[in-house]
Ligand binder design. Structure first.
Ligand code: HEM
Length: 146
C-alpha cells in the first residue's frame, strides 16, 4: 500500500488518458466501419472476414488507443492479421480514404491530423510488408518476379 492507502502499481505506468479521447476513438472506429461496410470494394472484404463486429471494433479501438494515446491496450500484431486476407495493393488507398473521412468527422482537428498521419504511415508499412516486390509493370506484388 502507498502512504495514501492505494495499492502500489507494479505494472508499466501508462500516461493518464482523457476519457473524451477514448470516446472519440470509439466513435472513429464506429464511423470507419459504417463507411467501410458500405464501400463497394472494402465492404465485402470486411463482411467475409469479420463475424463478430462488436468484438472486432473493441480490438481496433484498442489499437488506435495505443497508437494515438500511448495506452497499452492493444497487444496484437496488426501486420500478421492482414497476411492471410485477400487484400490487394490498391485496397490500401481506399482504406486510407475511408479512414480520413471517418477521422475528419469524429476527431477534433489536432487528433484527426495525427491519426491520419499515423494511418498513412502504417498503411505504407503494411502494404510494403505484404507486397515487397514489383512485377514487370512496376505493380507491387507478393512474389518475386523471377
Ligand atoms: C487493405 C486495406 C485493409 C483491409 C481490407 C483490412 C481488413 C481487415 C480485416 C478483414 C480484419 C479482420 C481480420 C481478422 O480478424 O481475421 C482486419 C483487422 C485489423 N485491421 Fe485491417 N484492413 C486493411 C488495412 C488496415 C490498416 C492500414 C490498418 C492500420 C492502420 C488496419 C488495422 C487493423 C487492425 C488494428 C485490425 C485488428 C487486428 C487484430 O485482430 O489484432 N487495417 N483488417
Amino acid at each position: 500500500m502507498s502512504e495514501h492507502g492505494r495499492p502500489i502499481s507494479v505494472g508499466v505506468a501508462t500516461p493518464p488518458v482523457d476519457p473524451r479521447s477514448e470516446a472519440q476513438i470509439t466513435e472513429l472506429v464506429r464511423r470507419f466501419y459504417e463507411i467501410g461496410r458500405a464501400h463497394p470494394v472494402l465492404g465485402p472484404l470486411f463482411e467475409a472476414a469479420i463475424p463478430d463486429w462488436e468484438g472486432h471494433m473493441v480490438i481496433v479501438a484498442d489499437f488506435w488507443s495505443k497508437a494515438l494515446l500511448g495506452t497499452d491496450r492493444y497487444r496484437g500484431n496488426v501486420f500478421s492479421s492482414h497476411m492471410r486476407l485477400p487484400v490487394e495493393p490498391e485496397h490500401f488507398d481506399q482504406w486510407l480514404e475511408v479512414f480520413q473521412q471517418a477521422a475528419g468527422e469524429t476527431l477534433p482537428p489536432p487528433l484527426a491530423r495525427s491519426a491520419i498521419a499515423r494511418a498513412r504511415h502504417m498503411t505504407d508499412s503494411i502494404r510494403v510488408g505484404l507486397f515487397p516486390y514489383r512485377d514487370k509493370d512496376g505493380k507491387p506484388t507478393r512474389k518475386p518476379p523471377f
